[in-house]
Structures are given as C-alpha cells and as structure tokens.
Design a protein around this ligand. Sequence first.
Ligand code: HEC
Length: 110
Amino acid sequence: MLLIVSLLACGSPDYSNGDASAGASVYASACESCHGADGAAGVAVDGVAAADLQFETSDQTDDELADVILNGAGAMPAQTLTDTETADCIAYMRQTFTGTDTGDTAEIGG
Ligand code: HEC
C-alpha cells in the first residue's frame, strides 16, 4: 500500500478516461490468456490461480488496477502497456466485469 501511495504522489496519469472498445483488444492480447474472456478463467502462475476479475474490477480503483497491470501483483507478472492502453483496458473491464466482491476471492494486501 505504501508503494501505491508513493506512486500516486509522483503524479500518476489519469486512468479513468479510457475507451472501452479499444480496451477490448488490449484485454484480449494482454490479459485473456490468463484471466479468460469472462475474467474468471483463473489460469495458475507459480501455483497461484489468476484472480477472478468479475470481483477484482469492482473492488479496486482505477489507480489500483493500473498499478496491478503495470507493476504486477503477487504471482501476476507486470504487463508492458502504455498509459492509454492501460486506461482503455480498465474501461473495458469496468464495462464487462460487473460482479461484486463476495469476499471469497483471494486478495493481495487486503
Ligand atoms: C501470465 C498470466 C497473467 C496475465 C497475462 C495477466 N494476469 Fe492478472 N493475475 C494473474 C495471477 C496469477 C493473479 C493472482 C496473483 C496472486 O494472487 O498472487 C492475477 C491477479 C490480477 C488482479 C488482482 C490483483 C490483486 O490486487 O489482488 C488483477 C486486477 C489482474 N490480475 C488484472 C489483470 C489485467 C487487467 C491483465 C492484462 C492487462 C492481467 N491481469 C494479465 C495472472 C495474469
């Protein structure tokens, strides 16, 4: 959490104005292989199942999602995307993955 706060303090880009239709292809090429088209495929990396994005998307802010995407989290490797691609991907996820957090999915750092 300290890391996220210090990154924000450095003046992060605005990830809230993405284009969801452009984000669909970003998601398909950068995320779908592990998280699946429905966000819930949960392919394992180092024995850790990929998080269910139906829940994680609504549970995290745009900046938190961007931090996971660009810096990785736990077993998830960092993805090499531009700020625009990241914002578009987040917009697509917000439009597509609308489940709410049941508290059943594992989370990193609470
Ligand atoms: C190589 C496989 C892989 C790719 C590609 C991948 N992820 Fe993940 N992702 C994972 C795994 C594994 C986890 C669970 C990490 C853990 O719990 O240690 C995860 C976790 C997450 C989480 C939850 C992190 C948290 O705070 O709990 C989010 C959000 C997420 N991924 C989004 C994305 C997005 C968006 C993309 C595409 C830009 C993406 N992932 C690409 C494997 C992947």
